[in-house]
Structures are given as C-alpha cells and as structure tokens.
Design a protein around this ligand. Structure first.
Ligand code: TYD
Length: 226
C-alpha cells in the first residue's frame, strides 16, 4: 500500500472536521487524490452502528459493549473504505480511528489495554495510521466551542445537532479524555499533539508545517499561502 493514512483526533470541539475540510481543499487544489472519511461511520453498516452508539442516549452500554460496537464499525470501514483507498495510493484523511477507542473506552471508561489491543487487531488486521494529529485544546475551550453558555447550565444551547450520548458525559470525563491523549502521545511517536487553540488559520498553519516537516514529498505542495 503506498497511500498515506492520516487520522485527526481530539476531544469534541477541537475543530477536527474544520481542519480536515481545509486540508482536503488544499489537496484538491494541488491535484492529490484523497479520501475523507470518519469514525464511527464511513459505510452503510458502520453508519447503522454509529446511530446505536451515539443517537440513543437511553441505551445502556458499558465500556466493553462500546469497544465491540466501535470495533465492528471500524471493521467495515477499514475493509470497504480505508484499505482500498490506500491501495489506490491516496491520502486518507480520517476523523478518529483506534486511538479514540484507547482514549475513550480505555483511558476514560477503564477497559483494559490488552482487551482493546486484541479486539482492535481483529478489526483492523493490524492497520495503523502513518500519523495521528491530536488537536489538543483545554476542556473549557472545547466546551466553549460547542456550547453557548457553559457557566449557566440552565441556559445551555448546543451548536449543531443535539448532543450525542458520549457528548452528554460530565466534565471530569472530558478531562480524562484530554489526559489520555497526552499520555498516549508521550509514548508513541506516531501520535503528535497539535496546539488546537487560537484561530482556525493558526491551527491550520501548525498542521501544514508539521506535515511538510514529516513528509515533504507529499505535503510541501499543499502548504501554499492563501
Ligand atoms: P462525533 O459525532 O463523530 O463527534 P466528534 O466531532 O467529536 O468526532 O462523535 C464521535 C463520538 O464517539 C465522540 O464522542 C468520541 C466517541 N468515540 C469513542 O468513544 N470511541 C471510538 O472508538 C470512536 C471512533 C469514537
């Protein structure tokens, strides 16, 4: 496989989808074939599993049940979308992948790392990204980007669609998620923390500089001034 597999990660409100969209536009502008996709989702089966996981806050799912469902969705996604795109030599820009499972189900919900590793390996056949870009923002900033008034819970107004089951978690859960990303980044060179604070242009410039440094052949052409 000679494509390049880039995964954007980070807490809710970090700005992943905005940055993925911007990078995709740059790749289009320089004629680089690419696929944009997201987890959980990306295929009909994966989208159906997504709605069980996220759209039904009344369902009781513990960490293991979540691990199995996210992994089932990942299986379909890897086989039907990611691997074929990499085999065609494309850049795959994916919103979340197995690092989300290690952070949300492992670090934050307490499922043990060995179990996650075994299930994940079965789902992905060992496929890993070339790079994880984790948009790191303080919990307050992420919440502030999602909610109008976090200091007055009576007045909360969510931007966009209704909050999903995982977004309804308490603030302490979000703190654990951030800590998980930072700890895992410290021990794995494929996981890079990108400062996600500041304006979208500032974050984009950091991402482009990092990609150009890591893989100039593939990304230098995408790093042009707008
Ligand atoms: P999504 O609506 O895609 O939001 P976001 O813009 O934050 O990515 O929701 C995905 C949610 O699912 C998010 O709260 C993280 C969670 N998640 C896990 O808990 N484990 C996983 O393996 C994945 C892929 C996502």
């Amino acid at each position: 496989m000679n494509g390049c597999f880039l995964v954007f990660e980070g807490p809710e409100g970090a700005g992943k989808s905005l940055q993925i969209g911007r990078l995709a536009e740059r790749l289009s502008a320089c004629g680089a074939p690419h696929t944009v996709t997201r987890e959980p989702g990306g295929t009909a089966a994966a989208e159906a599993i997504r709605s069980v996981l996220l759209d039904r806050p009344e369902l009781r799912l513990d960490g293991i049940a979540e691990l199995l469902l996210f992994s089932a969705s990942r299986r379909a996604h890897v086989e039907e979308v990611i691997r074929p795109a990499l085999e065609r030599g494309e850049v795959v820009l994916c919103d979340r992948f197995e690092l989300s499972t290690r952070v949300y189900q492992g670090w934050a919900r307490g499922v043990d790392a060995k179990t996650i590793e075994r299930v994940t390996r079965a789902a992905t056949g060992g496929l890993l990204p070339d790079l994880y870009l984790v948009l790191d923002v303080p919990v307050k900033v992420g919440l502030g980007r999602q909610w109008q008034d976090e200091d007055d819970p009576g007045q909360l107004a969510f931007f966009g669609p209704a909050p999903d089951r995982i977004e309804l978690e308490k603030r302490s859960f979000r703190e654990r998620v951030r800590e998980g990303y930072r700890e895992l980044a410290a021990e794995d060179e494929r996981i890079v923390l990108v400062d996600g604070s500041g304006t979208p242009d500032e974050v984009e410039a950091r991402i482009l500089a990092l990609l150009e440094e890591r893989s100039p052949d593939r990304f230098a052409a995408a790093n042009f001034p707008l």
